[in-house]
Design a protein around this ligand. Sequence first.
Ligand code: FES
Length: 363
Amino acid sequence: MAPARPGAFHPLRVAEVTRLTDDSVAITLIVPPELRAAYRYSPGQHLTVRHAMDGTEIRRTYSICAPVTEPGSPRNLRVGVRLVAGGVFSTYAFKELRPGDVLEVAPPIGRFVLDPAPGHYAAVVGGSGITPVLSIVSTLLAEEPTARFCLVRSDRTTASTMFLEEVADLKDRWPDRFQLVSVLSREEQQAGLASGRLDEERLTALLPALLPVEEIDRWFLCGPYGLVRSAGRALRGLGVGRRRVHQEIFHVDEGTDAVPTTPVPSGSAGPARSSLTATLDGRSGSWPVGEGETLLDAVLRNRPDAPYACKGGVCGTCRARLVSGEVRMDRNFALEPEELASGHVLACQSRPLTERVELDFDR
Ligand code: FES
């Protein structure tokens, strides 16, 4: 079976909802045999859940936490969900979701991945940012007998630490190849590191004391925007090249400045009228872009199957290649500089600057 498109949703039954902490759960979904090829995943990927609440459709992306044990044919998908204050889906998942319920789920996507290979790897994660990294590190250590991994994790308190036991198991199982450093921001620690936030200055001092920074093959940074940016800056200051650093942002505080996306000033006005040609799943169409609309809005009016989740420039689900024309992106927390350089944009944040714009969601 050909891989399903990123936007294609299928109903998957919930096998288990496991309480991880006072404010997080892991949801295990059953993948029926006919969908297993379409739902295969690489460690580090996430999936989009679609759910109707009070007549409104909501979408959320959640990272897969389980290792890849059946690469071509997963029977289950397990994701971590943290309760967000006022979060519609996370509150539902936390309080109401039960085994036997059905969720609409799109196949796993994402480029925050590691294909297991020999080497020395490291991650800096905050809070629920452990979720994809747990899949990455547990797959790597099981698959590659010589690979090593250093995990630096930051959490508020022990009680709020997701996957505490799973990470402790990794340490028990591979004590020589797995190094764990845990920092609590709001709790005194008995031994080891002092508590407090991990900021750029602290990481700049900590990382070289822990491991040979220049010899690390790849770095994985995941969690809230502030931590990921601090860790990225610290690594750059320590001489780590951008190509060795992968990052995924889970949460952006309101008012945070986005990563610069384009030299076009954000106030630049586009043409009075413009039209968009978009290719999605091999089929193309051309439609006008309404005033004030994003390119994603224009596509969705005509192709409701277009991929998206957050509509906030964070998850990267709406990534598409700009084939022709020019756009301005309002904000970007998802695309790496290399992706921008290769012409990729976030459709949910893009507005036309030329009369004709062409997007390809398949590339
Ligand atoms: S839908 Fe999440 S970045 Fe566009």
